[in-house]
Design a protein around this ligand. Structure first.
Ligand code: AMP
Length: 479
């Protein structure tokens, strides 16, 4: 299993860079020391191996804690600082961790950032001689937007992740690279760069994408010497807005692995025009199927509709109708995934559970519409009210339910405004209330991360369509 390979590599204690964030780089020797110290600490403190919550923003202790807890056989739950207090409380209530690492106040099981740094830096550490994680154990839990307004935790097993990492390694087929990170660690896109960097003995180069200040970002992109980048198409679109995002800025960039959203041909074309040696890989999959399950190398001569490609070898993909009957090639239906990537389900009882049994196998019904043509999978759009905004997965009903929970709101309807290509450009909330918009925003910010905060319009009446349902099209015209 891949942790054995990681441990073997870490034990070489090399002076190659393992992790770079801001001005600071850490070698593999240092990283191993951090992991070994935390591993010992966790085994001493977390008897019973309860989940470990890792709170913070991309700092090296987070990655070291992830690897240490995995080696110690403990599930980890990454929580980024962009998640507001109330949502964190909901996550912690569901996970019931014994240890929370990072500066999360008001929890008595907390090991602060300073404390963990003190533990990590002990030079007299013991070697790691045993990996406690078993194949069917839950390796990590990542929380995504839940339609009820409560985030839902996806349980990924060691088997799931092992299969994902071996597939990623095949996709890049190289070693000792510089791998660029965009996503924060509570978003499963980061799984690709977090682990690909380790398994290929590469430098993991962190970009602080939360604060997109062009000057700082472009300086770091330039300094990174990155050869591989993992990002969402939305992030690439942002970078492409600046003409200097090109080969002069990143002369060594060879591969971009995209995931999380539809990759438009215009984005791919622009990238190929600006980078001579670049290869673009479009990957597709939900968090519930461990980062991604299909891949497609986009040819330089970019076609209009970019497929999401072919499944990894231990996964099967079916297009099914509403009765789960398999549809033939070119017929549009829902994408259903079976095989080694399908997670162990959600934590606790989740309504609308899409983990099902299909032909006797564990399967995940994605809610994505697509079709297969010439053996390639194409994604069309969502069936439901789940959207991708700025690369983040959001259930519009999550925003709606959190609005309705505010006592002074009588009714709320949340819709996504899209451009001609179907890309979400803003989230709009129509609410009936006597309260001021500013107050609603402030209250909502306590419950939802910034990227989920909608533009708000107060309305008296909600227009109805012929079926007597709220006419979202008419509402959109009002903004
Ligand atoms: P997440 O769990 O955040 O990775 O979001 C999963 C959802 O993102 C999928 O169910 C799709 O709706 C969408 N998605 C992921 N990758 C792609 C892709 N390459 N093309 C189009 N949509 C994608």
């Amino acid at each position: 299993m891949f942790l054995d390979d990681v441990l073997e590599m870490l034990k070489k204690k090399s002076n190659q860079k393992a992790y770079t964030i801001g001005e600071k780089s850490y070698t593999y020797a240092e990283f191993y020391k951090y992991v070994a110290n935390i591993y010992e600490f966790l085994l001493r403190e977390n008897i019973g191996k309860k989940p470990v919550v890792i709170y913070g923003h991309k700092e090296v202790y987070m990655k070291a804690c992830m690897i240490a807890s995995s080696m110690a056989g403990m599930t980890y739950v990454p929580v980024d600082i962009s998640i507001p207090e109330e949502r964190i409380k909901s996550i912690i209530d569901q996970v019931k961790p014994k240890i929370i690492v990072g500066d999360l106040k008001n929890y008595n099981k907390n090991v602060s950032k300073n404390e963990i740094y003190d533990i990590m830096k002990n030079d007299n550490y013991n070697e790691i001689n045993q990996i406690f994680m078993k194949q069917d154990d839950i390796y990590y839990i990542v929380f995504t937007s839940g339609s009820t307004g409560i985030p839902k935790g996806v349980k990924i097993t060691y088997n799931n992740l092992d299969s994902c990492i071996k597939w990623l390694k095949e996709l890049v087929q190289t070693k000792k690279q510089v791998i660029l990170n965009q996503a924060n660690f509570s978003f499963d896109l980061s799984v690709a760069d977090l682990y690909l960097s380790l398994i290929t003995e590469s430098e993991h180069y962190i970009i602080d994408s939360e604060k997109l200040d062009y000057e700082t970002t472009f300086n770091s992109l330039n300094k990174s010497n990155a050869t591989i980048a993992v990002m969402t198409p939305s992030y690439a679109d942002l970078l492409l807005l600046d003409k200097t995002f090109n080969q002069n800025l990143m002369p060594k960039l060879e591969k971009i692995i995209f995931c999380g959203e539809k990759l438009n041909n215009i984005t791919a074309e622009k990238l190929y025009n600006r980078f001579d040696k670049l290869k673009i890989i479009n990957t597709y999959g939900p968090t519930e199927c461990t980062f991604a399950v299909t891949s497609y190398e986009v040819p330089r001569n970019v076609c209009n509709k970019i497929p999401v490609g072919t499944p990894k070898s231990d996964v099967e993909i079916y297009i099914v109708d509403d009765n789960l009957q398999k549809l033939s090639e070119e017929k549009i239906g829902e994408i259903l995934i079976t095989g080694k990537s399908v997670a162990d389900g959600y934590l606790g009882n989740v309504v609308n559970n899409s983990f099902i049994s299909y032909q006797g196998k564990n399967a995940y019904l994605t809610g994505d519409l697509g079709y297969i043509k010439n053996g390639l999978l194409y994604y069309i759009q969502r069936k439901d009210k789940q959207i991708k905004y700025k690369g983040y997965r959001i259930e519009l009903s999550d925003v709606e339910n959190n609005l309705i929970e505010l006592k002074y709101i009588e009714k709320a309807v949340v819709v996504a405004k899209k451009d001609e290509e179907g890309k979400v450009i803003s989230i709009l909330a129509f609410v009936k209330t006597n309260e001021e918009i500013e107050k609603i925003k402030q209250d909502l910010k306590k419950k939802l991360p910034d990227y989920m905060i909608p533009r708000i319009k107060i309305v008296d009446k909600f227009p109805l369509n012929n079926n007597g349902k709220c006419d979202e099209k008419k509402l959109l015209e009002e903004f």
